[in-house]
Design a protein around this ligand. Structure first.
Ligand code: HEC
Length: 189
């Protein structure tokens, strides 16, 4: 009797493992994709800031960020977007998983984890099947303040441009070191 119980427990545990896909490859791929995107976008942003100043660089964030993400999505078969609790792009609203991920990342940052490597992942059951989810924290650096900082950091030109392009902008008032949002990656399994 005891043995049967042990055996069935073992079967249950093994069955549980089998139904949870191994995510280590996916995590590695998501990390690589996210890291590459942050680097590419950061480089373009820096270049645009140096060449044309923050007003011109707003265009990079608006036009290039979604395009760079779309290119990476096509290459990897993953869905990629940027979301924030205080979004600038009206489409950048986090869903339930992303909201929870953001809360967890905030806690880990507060507990002293390094911002550069702050990310999280999981498998979510949906009516269409299992979906792999990944989120990388995007942390505010001094250069981001020109367009996301407190009012003092934003030039009148930047304020005017943001007001014209994003009438419902919530993405200002941040200081360096804060989590601005996440780069969110999804892949159907
Ligand atoms: C030149 C101005 C500018 C700078 C500098 C800038 N951003 Fe942005 N940011 C924008 C604009 C404009 C958008 C909206 C883009 C869009 O339409 O999708 C945006 C959107 C975002 C989003 C997407 C979520 C949302 O609110 O729509 C994140 C995350 C973000 N920025 C993080 C950063 C970080 C981190 C930095 C610094 C490394 C940074 N930004 C620097 C202008 C800027």
């Amino acid at each position: 009797m005891k043995h049967t119980l042990k055996f069935s427990l073992l079967v249950m545990i093994l069955a549980g493992c089998a139904s949870t896909p191994d995510t280590s490859n996916l995590v590695a791929e998501a990390r690589q994709t996210a890291g590459g995107l942050v680097q590419t976008l950061g480089g373009e942003l820096k270049g645009a800031m140096t060449n044309g100043g923050p007003v011109a660089a707003i265009g990079v964030c608006k036009e290039r960020a979604p395009r760079i993400a779309a290119e990476a999505a096509q290459r990897t078969g993953m869905q990629i977007k940027r979301v924030s609790l205080k979004n600038r792009n009206p489409k950048g609203v986090p869903d339930a998983w992303e909201t929870e991920a953001l809360a967890g990342l905030e806690q880990r940052l507060a507990a002293g984890e390094k911002p550069e490597t702050l990310d999280t992942h999981g498998i979510v059951n949906t009516p269409e099947g299992k979906v792999f989810r990944y989120a990388k924290a995007l942390v505010m650096q001094p250069a981001c303040l020109n367009c996301h900082g407190p009012a003092d950091n934003l030039s009148p030109e930047v304020k005017a441009k943001l007001a014209a392009e994003y009438p419902d902008d919530k993405a200002t008032g941040y200081t360096a070191g804060m989590i601005r949002g996440v780069l969110s990656i999804k892949k159907a399994l």
